[in-house]
Structure formats: structure tokens, C-alpha cells
Design a protein around this ligand. Structure first.
Ligand code: PHE
Length: 459
């Protein structure tokens, strides 16, 4: 197959677009990050804040990214340059590219954990182990200097393989079948988890909000995660928007992606928290929560080993379809702006990300004592380099989203946006007025308020 770097390869079917955008959105964010931050910030109240952020901010920003991308027919950086020539808006694109780079650096590490867990499941390592032992397995694995890096390297090599396959052949084929399968697996796991002895407390944790947990810091985490989970604020959905056909309904696509992404996260919560409480695991255990909890469920299930293998394979695939979109943002920039060959840009970007991630991974082990300062709630707190970069992206993404909202709301011509949204007047959209107000005023204000108060402790 010959791949021309200058012609933009589109998606061949409606299902292809949704599968690819949902493939980007659904990933470790839903199954690894959502549960552990929900555990850290106290359960149901946090989930409510998260849902609010998705509906009020995530959905309109996603729609906006689609509009920008499909209008410009180019990468995130090029889109700003093309739509607002001679202005500093292109810096938003640059920030997105840097953010994508940072995310994929640590994302590759966590995705590597899932590959290692496939291997542990195949060798039946969970059978007969106590919850404490399973916790120990995880900690000694992530704190070892070489093993996580080895698996990270394998994962990044897989990502390169798919990205070099091109849009249609690479992305579409993988996401269409496997994402629905992941949903089915999660539903089965949720049923199993909810019927273990002692599950009730976990269910209450998810559904009975304790409003004393509604802090500004929690709200910042919810907002940051809404962006992370929906792949917003750094150009991925813009890049995908540029591949969406001119006849597609952007609003409908955005709603479907948001619903699919949120449903998967909530079902992952149902699969994990009943088990967390039943097996006496700390809900605030942090990034290891899923890897420590689910093996307990597998150990207690009929055909548990088989389920474990399938589950971790699907999780790795979900991570892969997200990693592709992160890689695409950075690679498309070098391809389209500098005329690099696709293979050259993909490989050099992947190698630098892997190297960065390998350093971050040491933050979980050898260098865990080395901590960097972070300004949160007006106070300086410190954390290891791995957690530091995750927290940083939780702030960079909303900042990117704020700029996207301001760009659509205040910079672009209103008629042209409506033209793009309605496919040149072919669609009658009842929500245009509401979208306009939300994207121009409400979303930017909310992001700014949450941001200022969570970082500086003011407002
Ligand atoms: N949304 C992906 C996930 O939830 C991660 C991601 C973030 C992908 C940002 C692309 C851009 O796993």
C-alpha cells in the first residue's frame, strides 16, 4: 500500500468515525484513571461533579474541536494557523502537541502495566493469592527499574506499527469490533463484582453522595479528567475532526462519543468498587487500584484465568486506540508542517516519548524519593515525577479546552461555525443558540473559576 502524506485519508463509514473517536476517548482513562481518582476523591459526589463537567464543558468543547478540525482539514497546529492567520492562536496548537507528548510518555508506561498483567494472567499468577499478595505483586513490579520499561517499549512499538498502517486500515479496523467487546466484558465483571460478599458498601460508595467531599480540588480533578477521558484540549479530536466526512452530523457524533465514554467509565466503577470494599482494599490506593483489585475478582470467578487474559488484552487494545490518537497529533504536526516522512516522524516521536516515559517510570521506584513541587489549593505540595506529570496534564488539558472555547466563541466567525455545524444549512439544529452561549460564556468561565481556585486557592 502506498501512503501519501499530503492527501488526508478519511474514514470510510459512519461507524468508522464513531469507532475511531470513541476508540481515542475510551482507554486507560476510563478503566484505570477514573476509578482511582473516584476512590481518592470520595466516590459518588465526585462522580456527580464529573458528569456535570462532561455535559456542560466536555460535550461543547468536543463539538468545537470537531468544527475546527473539519473546517481546517489539517493537524491541530495547522488548523489554528489556517483559521486565524497572523495571530498567536497557533500557540494553542503547540501547547496541545506538547501535552500529547507528555501524556503518551506516561500513558505508554501504564499501558505497559496492562501488557505485563496479560502475561501474569496467562501464567495464572493470581490464583490463590490474597489481596495483600496481589497488592505486593503490583508494587514490586512498578517499582522495578527495567520491567515496566520493557513492557512500555513493547506497547510503544505496537503503537508505531498501527500508526504506520494509515488511518483507515490502521485505526478503523481495530476499534470497530474490540470496543463493544470490552463493554461486554466490563458488564460481566460488574455483575460478578456486585455479587461477591460485602459488595454493598462499594455500591453505596458509588451511589450515595457525601457532599462534604465537594472541594475545589476535587472539582479540578473532575474537570481535568473529563478532558483526559474525552481526549480533549490537546488536538486529538481536532485531528479526528479533520477526517470526518462533510456530510456527517458533528453534534450527533459528539453526543454518541460522550455517552459511550461515560458509560464505560461508570461500568468500570461498578466492576471495581464493590470488589475494593469486599476485599478490604483502600479506595484511595492510587494508580494501582485497578491492577490490585480486579485480580481478586478473577481469582474468585469461574473461568477466572480466561477472563483475566481477555480483560487485560482488551484493556491493552483500548489503550492502543487511545495511544494512536495521541501519537497522531504529534506525528501529523511533523508530517504536515515540516514535510517529514511519516515513518521518520513516527519513529522519532515514539523513541523520544518512550525515553521520557522510561524516566518517569523511575518515579514509581528508584527515584520515588525525588519529589517535585506543585501548586494546588494555594499550597505547594510535592509528588514523585510520575504523579507530577499526570497532575500537570490534568491542568494543561482544561487550559487547552479554555482556549478552544475562546477561539470558537470569540475569534471565529459565527456564521462560518454554524455553516460547519449544519453542513451548510442542510441540518436544522435546535441547540445552536444554547451551544453559542455555553461555548462563549459558560464553559470558559467555569474552567477559569475552577482553575484559579484549585491552583491558587482563590475564588
Ligand atoms: N481519552 C484517553 C483515555 O481515556 C486518553 C487520551 C487523552 C487520549 C488525551 C487522547 C488524548 O484513556
Amino acid at each position: 500500500m502506498t501512503q501519501q502524506t499530503t492527501s488526508r485519508d478519511g474514514f470510510s463509514s459512519r461507524l468508522g468515525i464513531i469507532a475511531a473517536a470513541a476508540g481515542s476517548a475510551i482507554g486507560l482513562g476510563n478503566i484505570w484513571k477514573f476509578p482511582y481518582i473516584t476512590g481518592e476523591y470520595g466516590g459518588a459526589a465526585f462522580i456527580l461533579m464529573y458528569l456535570g463537567c462532561i455535559a456542560l464543558i466536555g460535550l461543547p468543547v468536543m463539538l468545537s474541536e470537531f468544527v475546527i478540525g473539519r473546517r481546517a482539514q489539517t493537524n491541530a497546529f495547522g488548523a489554528f494557523k489556517k483559521e486565524a492567520p497572523g495571530t498567536p492562536w497557533f500557540l494553542t496548537g503547540i501547547m496541545g502537541i506538547i501535552t500529547a507528548f507528555i501524556i503518551l510518555s506516561f500513558y505508554g508506561v501504564v499501558a505497559g502495566w496492562t501488557l505485563h498483567y496479560i502475561f501474569l494472567a496467562i501464567t495464572n499468577s493470581f490464583a490463590g493469592a490474597s489481596a495483600d499478595e496481589l497488592g505486593g505483586t503490583f508494587v514490586s513490579f512498578i517499582s522495578s527499574p527495567g520491567m515496566p520499561v520493557f513492557w512500555q517499549g513493547v506497547f510503544m512499538a505496537l503503537t508505531v506499527g498501527v500508526v504506520l498502517g494509515g488511518v483507515k486500515n490502521g485505526i478503523e479496523r481495530y476499534s470497530k469490533i474490540l470496543m463493544p467487546l470490552l463493554l461486554v466484558m466490563l458488564i460481566i465483571l460488574a455483575f460478578r463484582a456486585m455479587t461477591v460478599k460485602g459488595a454493598a458498601e462499594g455500591i453505596a460508595f458509588l451511589f450515595k453522595p457525601d457532599f462534604s467531599k465537594l472541594t475545589m480540588e476535587a472539582l479540578m480533578a473532575a474537570l481535568g479528567h473529563a478532558f483526559f477521558s474525552l481526549s480533549l484540549g490537546m488536538g486529538a479530536m481536532m485531528t479526528y475532526g479533520s477526517y470526518i466526512g462533510k456530510q456527517e452530523n458533528l453534534g450527533k457524533t459528539a453526543v454518541q462519543v460522550c455517552i459511550a465514554d461515560t458509560a464505560i467509565a461508570l461500568i468500570a466503577g461498578l466492576a471495581i468498587f464493590p470488589a475494593v470494599f469486599a476485599f478490604g482494599i483502600e479506595p484511595s490506593a492510587g494508580p494501582g487500584l485497578v491492577f490490585i483489585t480486579l485480580p481478586n475478582v478473577f481469582a474468585q470467578m469461574a473461568f477466572g484465568q480466561l477472563f483475566a487474559v481477555i480483560f487485560f488484552v482488551l484493556l491493552a487494545v483500548a489503550a492502543l486506540t487511545s495511544a494512536i490518537s495521541l501519537m497522531e497529533v504529534v506525528v501529523a504536526y511533523f508530517d504536515e508542517e515540516f514535510g517529514w516522512k511519516r515513518s521518520t516522524s513516527t519513529i522519532s516521536v515514539a523513541v523520544s516519548m518512550t525515553f521520557t516515559g522510561a524516566i518517569l517510570s523511575q518515579g514509581n521506584g528508584a527515584w520515588s524519593g525525588f519529589e517535585l513541587p506543585f501548586l494546588l489549593g494555594g499550597e505547594v505540595i510535592t509528588m514523585n515525577i510520575f504523579d507530577w506529570f499526570i497532575t500537570l496534564t490534568d491542568q494543561l488539558l482544561p487550559l487547552g479546552g479554555l482556549l478552544v472555547a475562546l477561539f470558537i466563541g470569540w475569534q471565529l466567525d459565527r456564521n462560518e461555525i454554524e455553516d460547519e455545524l449544519t453542513n451548510h444549512g442542510k441540518l436544522k439544529l435546535a441547540y445552536l443558540g444554547a451551544y453559542r452561549i455555553v461555548i462563549k460564556f459558560i464553559a470558559p468561565l467555569l474552567i477559569a473559576i475552577v482553575f484559579l481556585s484549585a491552583i491558587f486557592g482563590i475564588v
